[in-house]
Design a protein around this ligand. Sequence first.
Ligand code: SAH
Length: 213
Amino acid sequence: MQPPNAVFFVGLVVQFVLRHHFIERTKSEKKKVRQIDRTEKILLAIMLPTALLLPPLYCFTPLLSFADYDLAASIRWTGAVIMVASLWLFWRSHVDLGQNWSVSLEVREDHQLVSHGVYRWIRHPMYASIWLWGLAQGMMFANWFAGWSVIPAFAAMYFIRTPREERLMCDEFGDRYREYARRTGRIFPRLTKAAKLARLPTNEPESKGKLSP
Ligand code: SAH
């Protein structure tokens, strides 16, 4: 196997181990809202094969070789660096969300609005990490299918799920979430002066009754 492909699988295992750890850590949380409807399931069913099935098919079988192309080693290793950045953001956003994290759209009984750590800058760092992962996968695999299919699959998930998730957060936290949304970007930090000023006070893990500073 070519070295960048081997590095990809190491990254995939790291991502799997991190996910498993955070699933274990949060599985006892009691949920008061769960939005695991048909749309969510379809989006996951589209996403999972691009991330888990196509990479081994590409690396261990000749089935996808019709879609191979030449790719410079420098691009493939740049992809590996982007993958490391993606894993860092994936880990950091799980740590910052803490017990409030869930695989699907859920609100737990004592849900806290997180606006510290990486959430101080962007509202969807975990999704940003998946965009980065899709880019890294495209740059590391010299194959149109195995490399680039994550991007359209995740785009469908991101553009359908994010507004639903933000509505859920608005229903739960009202003006506190709307104010938080005004000073942060979805996956890119807001760089305007007003946003910078609004960000000045740091807010550590908040309790629900307390207003955002
Ligand atoms: N979209 C976020 C979180 C993904 S995990 C990201 O990309 O980082 C999905 C769950 O996180 C949702 O069910 C929601 O309950 C929770 N969540 C999202 N943003 C949150 C926030 N700022 N504070 C607390 N919980 C949040």
